[in-house]
Write a protein that binds this ligand. Structure first.
Ligand code: MCA
Ligand code: AMP
Length: 507
């Protein structure tokens, strides 16, 4: 018997399951109900399957599957079995997947049945021993094998600092880094948010986010799981489906693009949102126009918060207090956030500087990158977010920019360096610069500015087609512009601000 309490995140969820285990935990868009018993038993079956594979203690379970209740159950099963969950965006193509699998060396890979051929080839050649499939229609070898297992499982004992998940987040050098999150990182953040956002009896979460990033997998799902609340699961964000399901929901979370799309719908009004308690936005800046129009149309004030893969949630507008558009709110309880100048000294009120954070939510480090990890922390243990902002006199934080070269498109992060390296390897290209330009739907649109050799006939469509065959579709530039030279400063650095200005009004 272990004397210390079990810090496994699943044990925390289990302790908060509703008394009535036959109540609905997940309702799918096509009318299926998964009770809390179903979730507990199905995750036990999968956990038993994982446990039977005789994996090393810190085995990574890499998962690239479409959203479904079973995908969430697989996440829970991984926690229960004490392994490390590694979710991957379904848009990733072979080169991206090869990198993640080679870098993380997962013991198990789970992919969509239609991708088994190419994903298993990458996985087996990287030394992964087990590849299962999981479809979004309750098919796949994972479920066939799990069906033979017992539906009870003693959640494996974990200490707070044990790893629960690795989330790859792109790096400024173009190579992704795996952010290692512990059971305590996730549990502490979920507990704080449950209280801060006033999760309550009767809440129903309309879950439209993908399950492979912090927002959909942790912030949204954890909130409902910890509160014993039902989730209405949509396979993806679809405006019509959200309008259909909203009248039965009380909580909704989304990236700004979701809100832009909702307010574009004439039928989106107060009546439709009558039962709603809370709309939360994050992952990218919410324009004040969207914030204001949303309030006029629905009578609801969107609560904007700020997070990162490395830190989960760190700052949030209050539930009871004033929610101020254009700000991300106040540091969460127990989380210390500061804004500092280049020399590390604190900024005054309203002075712009680098945002740094310390607290139980902050990750353990980058997977197998101790030097990179050390670089990203200050001597007194603060994590450098790479975001730039300022605190106002009331303590509200505004994010005004980023010191990292990052584009956020529809809530997905795109690192220019990665796209530039793909464009630069093309025959006929001299060099390129990738920038983000304002976009009405995605917030920022990935845009490339390219210098070609004089004797090449390379055009926009050819570059886009080339990229589409190699990288995730959301990273592919919406437009390609051609120039003779890239503007550079005296140090030889490309002046992306000049390019952003030059092309901002181009259609
Ligand atoms: C799809 N497309 C995009 C994007 N998504 N282009 C740019 N940016 C995007 N985000 C393109 C596809 O390449 C395709 O182009 C066309 O749009 C249609 O694709 P489809 O998949 O049908 O699009 P969609 O269903 O309308 O998707 C848009 C979306 C989705 C609903 C906004 O991108 C989304 O759900 N984003 C949420 C991302 C998220 O969860 N982020 C949280 C990260 P073509 O036709 O040319 O092929 S967690 C995080 O950031 C931190 C920690 C935090 O604070 O939360
Ligand atoms: P990720 O790498 O997916 O974890 O993205 C984290 C980044 O998203 C942060 O460093 C911010 O730049 C950005 N972000 C998250 N929430 C917000 C927000 N509410 N407003 C502006 N930027 C945000």
């Amino acid at each position: 018997m272990n004397a210390t309490p079990n810090a496994n995140l699943y044990a925390l969820f289990q302790s908060r399951f509703p008394e009535d285990m036959t109540a609905c935990c997940i309702e799918t868009h096509d009318g299926l109900y998964y009770s809390w018993n179903d979730i507990d038993r199905a995750s036990a079956k999968m956990a038993n399957l994982l446990a039977a594979l005789d994996l090393p203690m810190d085995a990574r379970i890499a998962v690239q599957v479409e959203k479904s209740p079973e995908a969430l159950i697989l996440y829970l099963a991984t926690l229960r079995a004490g392994y490390v969950y590694l979710p991957l965006n379904t848009a990733y193509r072979a080169a991206e997947m090869a990198y993640f699998i080679e870098n993380a060396e997962p013991s198990v890979v789970v992919c969509s049945p239609q991708n088994f051929g190419w994903v298993s080839q990458i996985a087996f050649s990287s030394g992964t021993r087990h590849v299962f499939t999981l479809g979004d229609d309750r098919t796949g070898t994972l479920l066939t094998r799990a069906a033979l297992q017992s539906n009870s499982f003693d959640t494996v004992h974990r200490v707070p600092e044990d790893l629960a998940a690795i989330l790859y987040t792109s790096g400024t050098t173009g190579r992704s880094k795996g952010a290692m999150l512990t059971h305590d990182n996730l549990a502490s953040n979920a507990l704080v948010l449950q209280e801060y956002w006033h999760w309550q009896a009767g809440d129903v979460l309309l879950h439209a986010l993908p399950l492979f990033h912090v927002h959909g997998l942790f912030v949204a799902s954890h909130g409902a799981l910890l509160n014993g609340s039902k989730m209405i699961f949509l396979p993806r964000f679809d405006t019509a489906e959200v309008l259909r399901c909203l009248p039965r929901a009380t909580v909704f979370m989304g990236v700004p693009t979701y809100y832009v799309r909702l307010i574009a719908e004439p039928g989106f009004d107060r009546e439709l949102c009558a039962r709603m308690r809370l709309f939360i936005s994050g992952s990218a800046p919410l324009l004040t126009d969207t914030f204001k129009t949303f309030a006029e149309r629905t009578g609801h004030t969107i609560l904007e918060r700020y997070g990162m893969s490395e830190t989960t949630m760190l700052v949030s507008n209050p539930y009871d207090g004033e929610r101020i558009g254009g700000t991300v709110g106040l540091p969460l309880p127990g989380v210390s956030v500061r804004v500092v100048k280049g020399d590390g000294t604190p900024c005054a009120v309203d002075e712009i500087g680098d945002i740094q954070v310390k607290g139980p939510n902050v990750f353990k480090g980058y997977w197998r990158m101790p030097e990179k990890t050390a670089e990203e922390f200050t001597a007194d243990g603060y994590f450098k977010t790479g975001d730039v902002g300022r605190f106002d006199a009331r303590g509200y934080l505004s994010i005004v920019g980023r010191s990292k070269d990052l584009i956020i498109s529809g809530g997905y992060n795109v690192y220019p360096k990665e796209i530039e390296s793909f464009i630069d390897e093309m025959e006929g290209v001299v060099e390129s610069a990738v920038i983000g330009l304002p976009h009405p739907d995605f917030g920022e649109a990935v845009t490339a500015v390219v210098v070609t050799k004089t004797d090449t006939a390379l055009d926009e469509a050819q570059i886009i087609d080339y990229l589409k065959s190699r990288i995730a579709n959301f990273k592919v530039p919406k437009r390609i512009f051609f120039v003779h030279d890239l503007p550079r400063n005296t140090m030889g650095k490309v002046q992306k601000n000049v390019l952003r200005d030059q092309f901002k009004d181009h259609p």
